[in-house]
Design a protein around this ligand. Structure first.
Ligand code: PRP
Length: 180
């Protein structure tokens, strides 16, 4: 069974609940009297985005983009491919990009630049996890839930070729799983 492959739970279901509540309230406060366009980066943004937006008390539009740099492996290819774009016009809008994790920073850097280039009024970023040691680009998330060590993690949206996204927590895989 899927959960038998997990060696260690890094961020529990309860911690994620608290993270979503805290971030949602902060975002609500920061964007007070504004409308928000939340753009989720599929597929990893699910289910973090689903839980986060329930804690945002603002008039909020949702859209999604399919972007990927890992292609099912364990490290970034260094090249971001946009496989499916948003359909909303970002011109003049306050955009919040939501993703599960920031690692090298390539994804958020490129998507943020794209929306600014398209004329968004503002672009901020929000992630559940910050793998600080993995950073290669000069960018940090404006909102993040918690930092994590430089381990390959799965669950709550994060996959390993192509499973574990539906684990209700963030965990570390047992080594033998990689060798299968
Ligand atoms: C993962 C994750 C982020 C990105 C973070 O996406 O969901 O989008 O990598 O890494 P970075 O900071 O080094 O760019 P992935 O490319 O695996 O696609 P996925 O969302 O379908 O899992």
């Amino acid at each position: 069974m899927m959960k038998d492959d997990i060696k260690e739970v890094l961020v529990s279901r309860e911690q994620i609940e608290t993270i979503c509540k805290t971030l949602g309230e902060k975002i609500t406060e920061d964007y007070k009297d504004k409308k928000l366009l939340v753009v989720g980066l599929l597929r990893g943004c699910m289910p973090f985005m689903a839980e986060l937006i329930l804690n945002i008390n603002l008039y909020t539009e949702l859209d999604y983009m399919v972007a990927s740099s890992y292609e099912g492996g364990t490290s970034s290819t260094g090249h971001l491919v946009i496989k499916s774009d948003i359909t909303t016009d970002v011109k003049g809008k306050d955009v919040l990009i939501v993703d599960d994790i920031i690692d090298t920073g390539l994804t958020l850097k490129e998507v943020k630049a794209l929306f600014l280039n398209r004329g968004a009024a503002s672009v901020k970023t929000c992630v559940m996890l910050d793998k600080t040691e993995g950073r290669k680009e000069n960018i940090n998330a404006d909102y993040f839930g918690t930092t994590i060590p430089n381990k390959f993690v799965v669950g709550y949206g994060l996959d390993y070729g192509p499973y574990y996204r539906n684990l209700p927590y963030v965990g570390v895989l047992k080594e033998e799983v990689y060798k299968k």
